[in-house]
Design a protein around this ligand. Structure first.
Ligand SMILES: [Zn+2]
Length: 384
């Protein structure tokens, strides 16, 4: 049986470990980091005649390749992250891709090496036929699964050469065009008190008690958010997920802290969260609680239904016999990072289901990978 080019490339990519260490130091050097996969892609893209290069930290590089077909027309950045999540509890060999019927198993098969395999197979086909009609920036970015360092390296690199206009990020969406998802912001609150001997706690001021009041204030804030739902995404949320404080059993604590996770709706940002926190702490008289940190990890995505990028994608989807209905995703992506930090409108779309991503037996449906290849061919062969 001859395998489709997209299947062959996917098999090659899965066999190259590109595990994101995600802050850990115990991963073997044989599997950690994106450098091997980035190097392989650079050579493959150069083989297609593209001017591909590596950017960012040489130990954690991203790959960028530009190809111009139509002067003056919008440029589409297609981003397919290079990293995968770790492989600790996998029940299959993560780097020995196995094909079983319509499925290919292995780490990254679904999230999101299948998206890159489809893109490269489509580019190869379109370039060989001399039918490319769009300006494309092919991006394989590092570190999507953790801190999105790679996509920021890529934008810094492109800053000197001209910005793209639109973004398509491949993530497993079952080939549905996702135009909206929430973003992720995080904050650290620190409560201050006065330490004293715990035999006479009235002498001091207990920071854990103060922090507890802040936790209840945060819970109230989350209930308030429920009243402002996005029609498709539902409400933004706030959840206190980690807390700590205190030094010893016989000392009234002078400091305690919490970390909270705030899911942002399109239009919300780090400033939205900071103002909410300030107002809530003030309303509860919590003058001894500071906002020690407040930042957006991945911004939200909110591309309008009448955006020309969506229309282009819908046209290509229709030509492939696929649903054109705009969809939402429960997860955050680098498209949200690019919209919130670079004002680049984006779509998230790719083969495979998020239900298989990050699992112990990760796989992708190869029929979807080939459909995605056809979608890219349709998209790239038509001018914007
Ligand atoms: Zn992913």
């Amino acid at each position: 049986m001859t395998l489709a080019a997209s299947t062959r490339y996917l098999r090659d990519y899965v066999a190259i470990p590109s595990v994101n260490p995600m802050g850990r130091s115990d991963l073997s050097a044989d599997i950690a980091g994106e450098a091997r996969y980035a190097g392989q892609l650079r050579e493959q893209l150069r083989g297609l005649g593209l001017d591909a290069e590596l950017v960012g930290d040489p130990a954690r590089p991203s790959v960028v390749a530009e190809v111009r077909a139509a002067k003056g027309s919008p440029s589409l950045l297609v981003a397919s992250h290079l990293d995968t999540v770790p492989v600790d509890d996998m029940e299959i060999d993560p780097f020995d891709p196995r094909i079983d019927g319509d499925r290919l198993y292995g780490r990254g098969a679904c999230d999101t090496k299948a998206g890159m395999a489809a893109l490269v197979a489509a580019l190869e086909r379109v370039l060989a036929a001399g039918r490319l009609r769009r300006n494309v920036v092919v991006v394989g970015e590092a570190d999507e699964e953790y801190a999105s360092v790679g996509v920021r390296d890529v934008m810094q690199h492109l800053g000197s050469k001209g910005r793209p206009d639109w973004v398509l990020a491949t993530e497993p969406t079952d080939l549905r065009p996702v135009t909206r998802h929430k973003g992720i912001a995080v904050a650290r609150l620190v409560a201050h008190g006065e330490a004293c001997h715990s035999s006479n706690p009235g002498e001091g001021s207990n920071a854990i008690v103060t922090l507890s009041r802040a936790v209840l204030a945060m819970d109230e804030l989350n209930r308030d958010l429920a009243g402002h739902a996005d029609p498709r995404l539902g409400p933004g949320t706030l959840s206190v997920n980690v807390a700590g404080g205190g030094q010893a059993l016989n000392i009234v604590p002078n400091e305690a802290w919490l970390l909270l996770d705030r899911r942002l709706l399109p239009g919300e940002d780090g400033e939205t969260l900071r103002k909410e926190l300030e107002a809530s702490l003030a309303a509860h008289g919590l003058t001894r609680v500071d906002i020690a940190a407040c930042s957006v990890a991945k911004g939200p995505l909110g591309t309008p239904d009448d955006h020309p990028l969506l229309r282009s994608c819908q046209d290509a989807l229709a030509r492939c016999g696929l649903s054109t209905e705009p969809a939402t995703a429960a997860f955050a992506t680098d498209a949200g990072v690019l919209e919130s930090e670079e004002s680049l409108p984006g779509i998230v779309m790719g083969p495979g289901s998020i239900a298989q991503a990050h699992t112990a037996r990760e796989f992708v449906d190869l029929r979807q990978v080939e459909k995605m290849t056809e979608f890219f061919v349709q998209l790239l062969e038509r001018p914007a």
